[in-house]
Design a protein around this ligand. Structure first.
Ligand SMILES: Cc1cc2nc3c(=O)[nH]c(=O)nc-3n(C[C@H](O)[C@H](O)[C@H](O)COP(=O)(O)OP(=O)(O)OC[C@H]3O[C@@H](n4cnc5c(N)ncnc54)[C@H](O)[C@@H]3O)c2cc1C
Length: 409
């Protein structure tokens, strides 16, 4: 059967593209190699789906870095407000949490998926599951057909590639489209894991596994030169660090050679080093309390033993016997806790893939390829990625909606 439009990939961007094209009257097929649609979507936001970020459109675009301006016209057409209206009008209530993060009111990614499945159904999209695309056949200037792994062929007038990146490959995102797109003449900016935990060399982090801290300032240095910083919540893993502040730093860290990279954590960002030192000077001199007990009042219990070991001070020492040098060293540990970076975790733990189809070759108003005229691209396959906070899904909704819309026109 020949379709008006074939959409490859049934993730957030593919479902939005197919639904919109069908809604506008096109005869659409959605090809997904998994046995279900939206597997990655269900894992987003810890199962709660942080669907977008309700911020000013310019700020939102800027969150994607220098390339963010490319998305601005798309966001004006289908940005966070339009997405929320789209979902609300289809019965999915939403709520706004801190920093503009938007979630379904039910805290359930499953409800977001259900809304999209209803959309596909009401738009009359022909959904083919277990349909793995193996080859794209171009004849002359245009794509003519798709060949599936089982040999079936799908012919269409227009094609939308929404196969995502390479992160969390068990969800189906295995980077299949990079090679097709290269063959079609597109430039692929080398993919790399982003929003990914940092692996540390320091063995003692094993003892800190599971420790979460709500407000930590992290400075990253390369050979003692400041590279980047972030502030927010962090979590120690068995071999490193994760949590939103760390994931956001990983984008910059992934761009440089990991040699000579060091993190310095500030566990008490509300106080300057001088203020902390004077606080200790004042409180320690007249106190009979044990060193260990004083630390328990400053940092979570799980961190106390590590700080004691690294400071080398007897945990039972009375505070009024702690020397000036020991007080200074303690300030150093609390304000500049040094960790040595080994590298970043891989695609299996990366929330997104940086790199992908060069934006220079895609029209940001329509998502149409500038290389192949009946090809459109949407979602994480594009060379655009944002921080945590709902930005990456918004990229999928915006680009998917536009690709679906212009397809049908
Ligand atoms: C654990 C986790 C949590 C996240 N949480 C958030 C969050 O809360 N908020 C946020 O904004 N972002 C979040 N993200 C990022 C966000 O999920 C992704 O950016 C987004 O889902 C990408 O959607 P996509 O449609 O581009 O690609 P994908 O969701 O990767 O979908 C691509 C689809 O294409 C299919 N496919 C691939 N190759 C083929 C082929 N050859 N033939 C047929 N089908 C194929 C795949 O099976 C897959 O279903 C999270 C990511 C992860 C991993």
């Amino acid at each position: 059967m020949k379709y008006d439009i074939a959409v490859i990939g049934g993730g957030a961007s593919g479902m939005m593209a197919a639904g919109r094209a069908g809604e506008l009257g096109a005869n659409v097929v959605l090809l997904e190699k998994n046995s279900k649609l939206g597997i990655k979507l269900l894992a987003t936001g810890g199962g709660r789906a942080n669907i977008t970020n309700l911020s000013d459109k310019r700020e939102l675009a800027a969150s994607f870095g220098k390339s963010g301006a490319w998305l601005l016209s798309g966001l004006s057409k289908f940005g966070p407000e339009e997405l929320i209206e789209f979902l609300n009008s289809r019965g999915l209530k939403t709520k706004i949490e801190d920093s503009g993060r938007v979630f379904p009111k039910s805290n359930s990614a499953q409800d977001v998926l259900r809304t999209l499945l209803d959309y596909l159904d009401s738009s009359g999209v022909d959904i083919k599951l277990g349909a793995e695309v193996k080859k794209i056949v171009k004849v002359g200037d245009n794509i003519q057909k798709i060949i599936l792994a089982d040999g079936r062929e799908v012919t269409a007038n227009k094609f939308i590639i929404c196969t995502g990146g390479k992160s969390y490959p068990l969800t189906g995102s295995t980077g299949d489209a990079y090679k097709w797109l290269k063959q079609l003449g597109h430039e692929i900016i080398p993919p790399r894991p982003a929003l990914v935990p940092i692996i540390l060399k320091d063995k003692f982090v094993r003892d800190l596994e599971g420790l979460s801290l709500d407000d930590t300032k992290i400075n990253c240095y390369q050979n003692n030169k400041k590279l980047c910083l972030a502030r927010g919540s962090i979590m120690f893993t068995g071999n490193g660090l994760s949590g939103p502040a760390v994931l956001n730093l990983s984008e910059v860290i992934g761009r440089v050679d990991p040699k000579g990279l060091e993190l310095r954590l500030d566990f008490l960002p509300e106080l300057s080093a001088d203020e902390l030192y004077h606080k200790f000077q004042l409180e320690f001199s007249s106190s009979n309390k044990m060193y260990k007990n004083a630390l328990t009042e400053l940092v979570p219990p799980k961190l106390v033993d590590t700080i004691i070991n690294l400071s080398g001070v007897d945990p039972h020492k009375k505070l009024n016997l702690v020397s000036r040098a020991e007080r200074k060293a303690l300030v150093g540990l609390l304000k500049e806790f040094s960790l040595t970076i080994f590298g970043l975790a891989g695609y299996d733990r990366a929330m997104v893939t940086a790199g992908g189809v060069s934006l220079k070759e895609v029209d940001g108003r329509t998502m149409r390829s500038k290389i192949v005229s009946n090809l459109y691209l949407a979602g994480e396959i594009l060379d655009l990625n944002g921080p945590t906070g709902g930005y990456n899904l918004q990229l999928c909704w915006t680009s998917g909606y536009l690709a679906g819309e212009s397809e049908a026109s």
